[in-house]
Design a protein around this ligand. Sequence first.
Ligand code: NAI
Length: 349
Amino acid sequence: MPSPLHRKRVTLIPGDGIGPEITSSMKEVIAALDVDLVWDEYNAGLKVFEETGTLVPQSIYDSFEKNKVALKGPITTPIGTGFRSINVELRKRYDLYACVRPIQSIGKVPSHYQAVDIVLFRENTEDLYMGLEEQVSADEARSIKVITRQASRRIATSAFEYAVQHNRKKVTVVTKANIMKLSDGLFLDTVRDVSKHYPTIEFTEILVDNMCMQMVLNPNQFDVVVTENLYGDILSDLGAALVGGLGFVPGANVGTEMALFEATHGSAPDIAGMGIANPTALLLSAAMMLDHFNVKKEADLLRAAIDRLYQDEANFTKDIKGPLNTREYTTKLIQIIKASRGKVDAKTE
Ligand code: NAI
């Protein structure tokens, strides 16, 4: 029986490189959860640009504006002039101001750490990402860092609200306010102000350089983390390395009305078309999307199935030196899901 969810429509952008392979795996797995979803599928990226001269077709904007929710695979961003990152474009256009990255240990995925469970909130709209650059002379270029109280307040509020709703104990703010006294100072002051409205949540402050060291020394000391755009970008990749790499970390870009869920890794051109890509990050992003739709049971079931799959080294994917290709992984995960739902014998072998 499909879940009692009212039918949801999602704009699905498979992307390029390994995008189509992991997207097709993800669709099969979500179908096995019996969630009543309709995919409105459109593509964007390099191939679309070569064929049509447009990087992001208007149909994607129209669909996303109608559905309010999108799930996106990785898209190649050629380095150099002429292309703006589609990710940055969508975040800016729809004011998807909160980038949420759960950094969580999965099964026995090789890592130096156990039971890592950090949720990183990265401000997504300002800081050095506003593209305010100036070539002062042939030998001097400048980038302008913009921090506003309004944007700082809303990302801080998102982090504290998340902490309250998910029974988290602590929020840590990361800045470099000792050096950038005005910009980072404003961010820090604003987060401090917001923290006063959440007396049950412990609030701590740390400088970004120390944060990098502390995350490597002992990531288990962190719970919810809130930071600016650039520090968030760097810390989320550092965090991914603590739990097995980018192939295991999901992401969400959330605004007041719209949300874009996406795997955090790139299009992996080195393995595209080989059938060995790991769909886990995209699947975990889909689980975050189900949370967003309040389809908690299925989202938890999916996360638990992925965790269970990775408890057994015989189920490891190729990216972590295991035997399973994308097809075998997908079949195995669906078996585990169906077994958990009592539809097949509990044995997955
Ligand atoms: P990448 O993440 O595509 O690949 C780095 C390494 O990780 C490669 O060896 C790749 O094979 C491996 N890898 C990544 N995801 C994997 C998966 N799911 N399963 C197995 N192995 C995986 O990073 P790279 O090479 O720097 O970027 C390639 C392209 O992707 C660039 O054009 C970049 O701009 C774009 N990109 C797009 C993103 C997005 O759309 N969200 C994010 C990051 C990069």
